[in-house]
Write a protein that binds this ligand. Structure first.
Ligand code: GDP
Ligand code: MN
Length: 382
């Protein structure tokens, strides 16, 4: 689950990271009042759960109250990368001297959280990573030791940070690592962490904030779970989450119903291998009973792009004939003209296939055969 910039910054602030003291506004008048309270100039920032808001026109400086109101009005009318802007953050504007990237993410290969920093901040870090990976410094964080001062200082030196900011940097890096762990995050990022002018001198300030919280840990953080923005997920993804199904929308036309996350991933690969494009990832898990299959089928079919549905089921704990009856029962509930291809295997496979065939499903003896049939049907429907 992604957190908004203003939410991430509130958390960062609790972990001792200096951030601008901004105010969230939901309309232009509120933004104007916020600007008056904060003092001009201010920066008005779209609160949407995507990066690159600056480039999309979602971050604007205002020097007068009229400008603050007009900019907020404009930004609140934007749709950025498909997401409507419903809130803006009004922050005190600052003079930026340079921009640093600082983030903590999970490195699955190292099985550690890693601290990442770069002097090439402000821009998309993925672009830096692709074009000039040597500009990103990475330090694994020992889960028992945490991030010690000397490692954080090492990073400050490696990115060429001026010496007079090292102590601030160490505090911020340690705060970010602590916020990451305490909130069960999979990403905590400050981009830019800016060197800003301050009373004739300069200091570090976290101008942007991003956190992604591990969904599987949300039960430990009801206060974070309550922050979920419904715009983050599609209608289908929300329904799936409520039905306890693991579902991710993709942009192809072959709907997939699979039991088991591993088999579901393999199914997507097989479809792709035979030249098709999956419409979703879906793990029906746990026995594939009729109600669950019906709920899953409804979600898959709610995507108008779906031209064919592919079932790939391994009847391990639940026998294939039971699974097949579940599918048939689900199809009686969810009437559709969309063709269905089913590959089920495991205990009582023959009986399962017989039941499916009698309900007009196209059966297949292997995942490859099923994928090829589904790809052909999707092509024919174009
Ligand atoms: P993103 O584009 O979605 O990552 O949004 P950011 O919060 O990172 O803002 C984009 C850019 O706006 C930053 O990299 C800064 O260059 C600029 N920016 C943000 N806040 C201020 C500010 O207070 N003053 C100035 N001058 N620029 C700002
Ligand atoms: Mn940013």
């Amino acid at each position: 689950m992604k957190l908004h910039e203003y939410q991430s910054k509130q958390i960062f602030s609790r972990f001792g990271i200096p951030v601008p003291q901004g105010i969230v506004a939901e309309n232009a008048t509120e933004a104007r009042n916020a600007a008056r309270e904060i003092g001009l100039p201010v920066v008005i920032k779209a609160q949407v759960l995507v990066g690159g808001r600056g480039k999309a026109g979602g971050v604007k400086i205002a020097r007068t109250l009229e400008e603050a109101e007009a900019n907020a009005e404009h930004i609140l009318g934007l749709t950025i990368k498909g997401l409507p802007v419903r809130k803006v953050l009004v922050d005190p504007a600052v003079e930026i001297l340079s921009e640093i990237y600082l983030g903590v993410a999970v490195d699955r290969t190292m099985r550690r959280a890693v601290l990442m920093a770069s002097a090439a901040g402000g821009v998309d870090i993925e672009e830096v990573a692709a074009a000039t990976p040597e500009k990103i410094v990475r330090v694994p964080i020992d889960p028992f030791v945490g991030l010690p001062d000397y490692l954080a200082r090492d990073v400050a030196v490696s990115i060429g940070l001026p010496r007079d900011h090292w102590n601030e940097f160490i505090k911020i890096a340690k705060g970010l690592a602590a916020a990451f762990v305490a909130n069960d995050a999979s990403l905590a990022e400050i981009n830019p962490l800016a060197i800003v002018s301050n009373d004739g001198g300069s200091r570090l300030l976290g101008l942007d904030g991003k956190m992604v919280i591990d969904d599987n840990a949300l039960f430990r953080h009801p206060e974070l779970a309550a922050m979920r923005d419904p715009d983050e997920e599609s209608e289908a993804e929300r329904k799936a989450r409520n039905a306890d199904l693991s579902f991710v929308s993709l942009d192809g036309d072959i709907g997939c119903l699979v039991n088991g996350a591993g088999l579901a991933m393999a199914t997507l690969d097989i479809i792709q291998h035979f030249g098709g494009r999956p419409a979703n990832f879906l793990d029906v898990a746990g026995g594939a009973r009729a109600e669950k299959v019906a709920a899953a089928l409804r979600i898959v079919l709610s995507d108008p792009k779906v031209k064919v549905v592919l079932f790939n089921i391994f009847g391990g704990i639940t026998r294939c004939d039971e699974v097949a009856r579940g599918i048939v029962q689900a199809l009686e509930e969810v009437k559709t003209q969309v063709p269905m291809v089913a590959r089920i295997t495991g205990t009582n496979k023959e009986e399962g296939d017989r039941i499916l065939a009698s309900a007009n499903l196209i059966t297949a003896n292997s995942a490859a055969e099923a994928a090829q049939k589904a790809v052909a049907l999707a092509r024919a429907a174009c």
